[in-house]
Design a binder for this molecule. Structure first.
Ligand code: ZN
Length: 142
């Protein structure tokens, strides 16, 4: 899903929580930020593969990639990250909204994959455990 849509849908979720829950504004801002910033792993992979640090070039290539929706490995798009953030929120409550934002982002990405491929078969993995037991899919060249 395009980063702009993640931002808008994150904003929509935050607005919903604002009106339905007694939620602090700074927590909701954090939620929206986390729905967007989780995609930094796409950029990290791009830098690693291309050996190039160009946000403009990355954005151009990302548009092409989003049309194909090929499965790839992304280190932050994992359910274990959400669980870790949620567990850590017991000690650091602000992480609760980060975990909600990350979970929401992953959920939206999964919806887009299923909608695009009309199947769960080509779904990229969203679990490190799955990667370990089933093997990490090779990351296609950018
Ligand atoms: Zn994503």
């Amino acid at each position: 899903m395009h980063i702009k849509n993640h931002f808008l849908l994150g904003l929509l979720l935050a607005t919903f929580l604002w009106f339905t829950q007694k939620t602090d504004l700074k927590d909701l801002i954090l939620l929206v930020q986390s729905t967007v910033l989780i995609d930094m792993d796409h950029f990290i992979i791009y830098i690693r593969q291309k050996k190039r640090f160009s946000l403009g070039h990355y954005i151009k290539e990302q548009r092409h990639y989003l049309k194909l929706q090929k499965p790839r490995f992304y280190m932050f798009h994992k359910i274990e990250i959400v669980l870790l953030l949620f567990l850590l929120s017991s000690f650091l409550p602000v992480l609760k909204f980060v975990s909600i934002g990350v979970a929401f982002h992953i959920f939206l990405d999964m919806l887009i994959y299923v909608r695009h491929h009309r199947s769960l078969r080509r779904m990229r993995t969203y679990s490190y455990l799955h990667d370990i037991y089933c093997g990490i899919r090779r990351v296609p060249a950018y």
